[in-house]
Design a binder for this molecule. Structure first.
Ligand SMILES: Cc1cc2nc3c(=O)[nH]c(=O)nc-3n(C[C@H](O)[C@H](O)[C@H](O)COP(=O)(O)OP(=O)(O)OC[C@H]3O[C@@H](n4cnc5c(N)ncnc54)[C@H](O)[C@@H]3O)c2cc1C
Ligand code: SF4
Length: 551
């Protein structure tokens, strides 16, 4: 019983930031730049900063230019490879059609952007934050939001440690810590667990379109030196996805013969037999890209959800005592596949408002200026121009949808739209068709050289969880999982999970849902796509999860 537990240790701060991604770190840095006296702590669930960061990434440096104007002269910066060749392809099974760059709306250009490992950028930003006096606690997940008696957010608590699978306390049991603050900024990234609770509690999504998502899978490869083209950035759409399934690929050449290759599938897909992982593996075998991987070595693998709802899905950002920033708020620009610049901009914008509130002696109230400012800020301008790209793609399919989306982005460049602001329709959990109305997809067997299976891939994510702990993937109603997820939809979790966490196995003549939670790479796809919203991702104990080296 909770009453029998020893009290949690409490620490007091001016500001608690949840998550050491670009949004959280930018907020922490900005607060200290404004006033070195502001007392700021950042909690991060990864074993170290960057361990859970997975991104492309080609970054638009506009955020960094504002946060750290001298970054280009900093010898320690992990941002060295400027984009020098930008290509966009439409793929069919055997061919690739390159779209001329002059057809692409100017905002899609990658001129002046940089190819990076976002994990390494975060590690570097963390050193900047610490140098300014920010305290960073890696290995601690914020598991619970704390409230004042009047219902304002008052900080977070980290989870208790040392609880066994059965719920019993082990010898190692220790209580979590309460990190209390006048303001708390939530920067958990896409589908933040606490962000989701806050959106529900404060009805932040009211009057907005539902949030939409994609799953992004990525591998890092070391290629032969003659195949490395640092600064080359390539995107594609089309094959292997059919015309009614949104998504596409990215292929980014970094320094040191490294190539990032990835694939995004929009999570409003309808066929429960679709496997984003297998689509990604198939993509790498296309003649337009296959040669890059011949004789090369795969170094790392991972997956992460991205937000895709854009401008019309951004919830209200503020509530008494805190705010959502970065992808916890949904500031991803989908057609550009870029969100890290807006994460930094939003962290700074929120930090400025919090610093002003603290200077005025305020606490636990709403920093309304942040909510009022974002639409007219650089973030709002970035997202407004592309607001119809995703809904048009969803409504009209890939070929017509992309053409219309492209037209809309062009007209928006000149300040108008023929489409107004399109809605998104259903949330992604409601788009699957029953298996009986869907076609099975036979994926080719992996060759172990260019395409791989799930388990050997998860191995490369260095994922690790304490095995004897309560499951961090909580199924509300097992009977519903069987009667609907299994019987109606043929177990889509076994295909959408990029880490092979879910299996339906026969036990005693009946199907049994098995959860291999230790494999989970924290992508959050199950929390989004389960057709009954019957699975909830909660933070596991301590530093569990992937240990991405440079993703
Ligand atoms: C495959 C893929 C490709 C992408 N490509 C690009 C690209 O090329 N360019 C670009 O600009 N953007 C790209 N993005 C998007 C970009 O990565 C995000 O917009 C950006 O990372 C958002 O930053 P953030 O700080 O909001 O969240 P994140 O980067 O997701 O960081 C959140 C941090 O919070 C931590 N955290 C979460 N919950 C908790 C908790 N409860 N307690 C403690 N810590 C917690 C996480 O471990 C993580 O470290 C891509 C994304 C994906 C998935
Ligand atoms: S269990 Fe859920 S969060 Fe974990 S890897 Fe699978 S889909 Fe992603």
């Amino acid at each position: 019983m909770a009453d029998d537990l020893p009290a949690r240790e409490t620490m007091e701060f001016d500001v608690v930031v949840v998550g050491a991604g670009p949004a959280g770190l930018a907020a922490a840095i900005k607060l200290k730049q404004i006033s070195p006296d502001i007392n700021v702590v950042v909690v991060e669930k990864g074993s170290e900063v960057g361990a859970h960061i997975l991104s492309g990434a080609v970054i638009d440096p506009s955020g960094l230019d504002r946060l750290l104007p001298d970054w280009r002269g900093d010898e320690t910066r992990p941002i060295k490879t400027e984009v020098n060749d930008d290509r966009f392809y439409y793929l069919t099974q055997g061919s690739a059609l390159r779209l001329p760059n002059f057809l692409l709306p100017p905002l899609m250009s990658n001129h002046g952007n940089f190819v990076v490992s976002l994990g390494n950028v975060c590690r570097w930003l963390a050193t900047k934050a610490e140098a300014l006096g920010v305290e960073i606690y890696p290995g601690f997940a914020a598991a619970e939001v704390l409230y004042t008696d009047s219902g304002a957010v008052a900080g977070v608590a980290t989870g208790d440690m040392g609880i066994g699978k059965s719920g019993a306390h082990k010898d190692s049991f220790t209580r979590g810590m309460e990190l209390r603050a006048k303001y708390t900024l939530f920067a958990e990234g896409a589908r933040g667990n606490l962000g989701k609770q806050l959106i529900a509690k404060f009805a932040l999504g009211e009057g907005r379109e539902p949030q939409k998502y994609g799953i992004g899978l990525k591998e890092l490869w070391q290629v032969a030196p003659e195949k490395a083209k640092p600064g080359l950035v390539q995107h594609s759409f089309g094959w292997p996805l059919d015309n009614s399934t949104g998504g596409g690929s990215f292929l980014y050449h970094l320094e040191d013969n490294l190539v990032s290759v990835g694939f995004v599938v929009h999570l409003n897909y309808t066929n429960p037999y679709l496997s984003p992982f297998e689509e990604f593996q198939r993509f790498k075998t296309h003649p337009a890209v296959r040669d890059t991987f011949e004789g090369a070595k795969r170094l790392a693998y991972g997956a992460r959800a991205i937000t895709e709802g854009g401008y019309q899905s951004v919830p209200k950002l503020t509530f008494p005592g805190g705010a959502l920033i970065g992808c916890d708020a949904g500031f991803m620009n989908v057609p550009r596949i870029k969100g890290s610049h807006n994460a930094i901009h939003s962290g700074m914008l929120a930090a400025e408002q919090v610093a002003a509130a603290l200077a005025a002696g305020r606490a636990y109230d709403e920093i309304a200026g942040y909510e009022e400012a974002w639409r007219s800020s650089i973030i709002g301008r970035d997202l407004f121009r592309v607001r119809n790209a995703k809904p048009l793609w969803s409504k009209f399919g890939t070929l017509i949808g992309i053409a219309l989306g492209g037209l809309d982005m062009w007209t928006n460049t000149f300040g108008f739209s023929l489409f107004g602001t399109q809605g998104h329709g259903k949330p992604d959990s409601a788009t699957l068709k029953p298996a009986a109305e869907s076609t099975r997809i036979d994926y080719p067997r992996p060759d172990g050289k260019i395409s791989f299976d799930r388990l050997s891939s998860v191995f490369l994510s260095n994922t690790n969880h304490e095995e004897d702990q309560p499951p961090h993937l909580v199924v509300k109603d097992m009977a519903l999982q069987k009667s609907s997820e299994h019987d109606v939809f043929a177990g889509p979790s076994t295909r959408y999970c990029p880490a092979g966490v879910y299996e339906w196995v026969e036990e005693g003549g009946a199907p049994k849902f098995v959860i291999n939670a230790q494999n989970c790479v924290h992508c959050k796809t199950c929390d989004i796509k389960d057709p009954n919203q019957n699975i909830t991702w909660v933070p596991p104990e301590g530093a569990g999860g992937p240990n991405y080296p440079n993703m």
